[in-house]
Design a protein around this ligand. Structure first.
Ligand SMILES: [Zn+2]
Length: 623
């Protein structure tokens, strides 16, 4: 996932884990797993190994309806299996072929309910059910909310939302294979994070068309994903392609032209891509994230379509998850940096191979600045890579999980050399492929294979300080990007009254423009903002990252001429990374901003994903 807080605070309770748990050896299907507080499951007794879905998409009722068949492994004396459910409507449950007793426990605000099923000695379970009302993982779009003018559905499972449409054990450590038969209305196409067995669908006995899918590799259940819409596919390479609504697919294919090269780079560094094809799906604008690394089929925000491939690092990030996250997976969400920090590091390496060292240094310098901002804004507990205590679910935690995580790996790279780190990471992905990982287990593995008792190296690396302490250890090195060298001078010139056009805006790339806008003083008079707007037409700029930086600056100064642009932006997409800070900035501007934010949110809210609605409901409070 790119740039969103992972979970609410209730899940960030302290976790007590053994120093180096020996879990999940493939030989033992019930090998112990680290304790995951975000599931009701008791995987040490009975565990789901395969999910088989047979579902009809009912767009009128906004429900997925049908049967889930689960294969399980269980201790010989196991009497029950416990699944996760959040609002699922359960009609009947069978163990083997026979009806069996089940119980839906009381609902926890964060975790949903435990669904406890009597096994009666059986190892397959069938559940007739439908997805929850207003299922938190599903967004059902009306024709007006899509480019094609047709209905659209997509799911977002991470972190613990899939329990609102799939009755299974929703814990990242409990890996499951899956297959599915999905029936959709005529004229629409279903895609999933799986191999597509019926590209054009088949006539379904229920009416509409049935699509079949198969994911033979065991994945954490948050990666089961579905989308249904008027979708076309364009190949961009032998293994790579783009799905999107017809009017978007050409732009998408243009923007993603480098995907096959990205795969080649990633494979040369970290070993074979193990998932077959790699396609991306460009979603309608309400998609709440930058991207979601659903295996074989990354889901992407359309806000990365800049027209000039300048925001394609998003694709590199999601592709990198094919190793860090999807292949080796954080066993508990408190260790989310194992997914996101590693992935941000690999994203940087892919970017460096494709676009050069200077490109990579600029990205690192922007990321360093994000970390500094976060350290000033987030309490100490929220500054740790391995979460402990109450971590507030705010924007800045992503600068820790993603950016501090990546900086940790770059620091290791600096200390042991790139070649040694590459060698280690490649072997790490091989040794732990299709298995869960914890911070403790990673550190133990790294010490076994790299440190090997070298006390001086151990001292230099400060591994435990990086993983478990707040702040940034003293061995971190601030990245130097020569592409940013001139920017302070242009900023100073502008601040002292010079014309903004003195800056070589047209020659700058996206990151240089961002750096310039981010470096300008946060307080500027309207006349100076006018000058910027006149020089660079910022209110209408097509690059959403640059537009966001401009609008944050403009709103901080109650700059009225940018208000229509903010309104346009916030009603045209629902990406949480942009939406939440802008509403927060407006609400922080007293009556002026609140008079803009409240009616704007009232108009825009229906177009946002439930995840973003929940977050913004807390920001844009009633008068
Ligand atoms: Zn990510």
């Amino acid at each position: 996932m790119l740039r969103r807080t992972l979970l609410g605070s209730a899940l960030a309770a302290p976790i007590i884990a053994a120093a180096a748990p020996a879990f999940a050896r493939r030989a033992d299907p019930l090998a112990p797993l680290p304790l995951d507080r975000s599931t009701h499951a008791r995987p040490e007794i009975a565990r789901v190994t395969h999910v088989s879905l047979d579902l009809v998409a009912d767009f009128d009722a906004k429900r997925l309806r049908g049967t889930a068949r689960l294969n399980i492994v269980a201790r010989p004396d196991a009497e029950q299996i416990v699944l996760d459910s959040d609002g699922l409507v359960i009609h009947a449950v069978r163990a083997g072929r026979r009806p069996t007793r089940f119980e839906l426990g009381s609902r926890d605000e964060e975790l949903g309910s435990a669904l406890t099923i009597q096994l009666n000695g059986q190892r397959t379970i069938e559940i007739d059910y439908e997805s929850a009302e207003n299922a938190s993982a599903l967004q059902w779009l009306t024709p007006e909310q899509t480019a094609s003018g047709k209905q659209f559905l997509f799911s977002q499972g991470q972190a613990i939302l899939n329990r609102s449409w799939i009755p299974t054990q929703d814990s990242p450590g409990i890996r499951q294979t899956y297959d599915a038969r999905i029936v959709v209305p005529d004229g629409l196409k279903a895609v999933m994070s799986a191999e597509m067995l019926t590209p054009n669908g088949r006539h379904a006995r229920e009416g509409g068309r049935a699509f079949r899918f198969r994911m033979p590799q065991p994945i954490p259940p948050y990666l089961i994903a579905i989308a249904i819409g008027d979708l076309e596919h364009r190949a961009v390479g032998p293994r790579t392609g783009v799905y999107a609504e017809p009017s978007v697919v050409e732009r998408g294919a243009y923007e993603c032209a480098d995907m096959e090269r990205m795969m080649d780079v990633a494979e040369s560094l970290y070993g074979p891509y193990r998932w077959g094809r790699y396609d991306v799906l460009i979603l309608p604008p309400s998609f709440p994230y930058g991207g979601m690394e659903n295996p074989r089929l990354t889901f992407l925000t359309p806000t990365f379509l800049a027209g000039d491939r300048s925001l394609v690092s998003l694709v590199a990030h999601e592709l990198a998850h094919s190793w860090s996250g999807n292949l080796v997976t954080n066993a508990v969400w408190e260790d989310g940096w194992l997914n996101e920090g590693f992935t941000s590091y690999i994203e940087g390496r892919i970017g460096e191979a494709l676009f050069g060292v200077e490109h990579a240094r600029m990205a690192e310098a922007l990321s360093w600045a994000d970390i500094q901002t976060a350290l000033g804004a987030v309490p100490a507990d929220g500054q740790r890579l391995h979460w402990v205590g109450e971590v507030s679910a705010n924007d800045n935690s992503s600068a820790i999980t993603y950016d501090k995580g990546a900086l940790f790996l770059r620091t290791i790279e600096g200390a042991i050399g790139r070649e040694r780190l590459d060698q280690y990471l490649r072997s790490y992905f091989d040794r732990h492929a299709f298995q869960p990982m914890t911070t403790q287990a990673f550190l133990a593995d790294f010490r076994d294979h790299v440190v090997r008792g070298d006390a001086a190296l151990e001292e230099r690396l400060k591994l435990d300080e990086w993983a478990f302490e707040p702040g940034i250890p003293s061995n971190a090195v601030e990245p130097v990007a020569s592409g940013f060298d001139d920017i302070p001078g242009y900023v100073a010139h502008f601040v002292s009254g010079g014309p903004p056009a003195a800056a070589p805006w047209e020659a700058w790339n996206t990151m240089q423009r961002q750096r310039y806008l981010q470096t300008l003083p946060r307080e500027l008079p309207a006349e100076r903002l006018d000058a910027l707007q006149r020089a660079f037409a910022l209110n209408d700029i097509g690059n959403n990252e640059v537009l966001f930086d401009w609008l944050m600056l403009a709103m901080a100064n109650r700059y009225q001429p940018a208000v229509p642009s903010v309104e346009r932006f916030l009603t045209s997409m629902g990406r949480g990374k942009f939406v939440r800070p802008l509403y927060r900035a407006l609400m922080g501007q007293g009556e002026w901003g609140q008079a803009i934010a409240r009616p704007l949110y009232a108009r825009a809210r229906a177009g946002y994903h439930p995840i973003v609605q929940t977050a913004v409901d807390r920001i844009v409070t009633p008068a």
